[in-house]
Design a protein around this ligand. Sequence first.
Ligand SMILES: C[S@@+](CC[C@H](N)C(=O)[O-])C[C@H]1O[C@@H](n2cnc3c(N)ncnc32)[C@H](O)[C@@H]1O
Length: 200
Amino acid sequence: MSNRKQTGPPEPSNDPGNSRAIRDWYQDLGIDEYYRRHGKQYQNPHLPWIQALIERNHARLDLSHCLDFCCGRGEVSKILLQLGYRQIIGCDPYTQSLYQQQSGLDCLAWSFEDLLQGKLTGNYSCIISSFALHLCPRDQLAPLVWQLFNCTSQLVIVTPHKRPELELIEGIELSFTDQVLTQRGKRIRLKVYRPLMPPE
Ligand SMILES: C[S@@+](CC[C@H](N)C(=O)[O-])C[C@H]1O[C@@H](n2cnc3c(N)ncnc32)[C@H](O)[C@@H]1O
């Protein structure tokens, strides 16, 4: 059943079928407008699987100084805090204040567009982006990812899709990957990338 007649954002839900509704919202409003209006209500129904992926892979990552890009309400950052990591900063143009309230951590507000203009600076041991980079327009993905690699040599993607496939971008290598299956058989992937030539 279509949700086009709904008047508000999808109810927070642990039902993975909720992603269908979000696709409808993306179609109706556009991704940016959806998060501008409803970003604070969005709750990721796949949190248990994101947590499982991070818990079983964190020792293979350098999370000593981590940027949580497109951080939402801090889903990933809160898992990292529980694991004992402390030097974490968020970045999200639509949920900055919510992230700060929920996690107690600082948050930048750069968007994809801001990154393409070179606004992200700094040096992070790891940038992690969960359930977000597949939202970047395809023709902007490679330049966006190179902006991220200007600030880190380890990029961790958590995604409910095959996309983004950054291994198809010349100069980027998939270091390792892991995946879990939800109860409904949906594949949630963790993909860890590095640039073949680290930035100067
Ligand atoms: C599906 S949510 C994922 C949130 C969180 N990382 C998680 O795993 O649950 C996508 C996030 O991307 C952010 N986002 C949407 N459009 C964006 C843009 N143009 N630039 C940067 N972030 C954006 C939204 O604000 C939202 O927090």
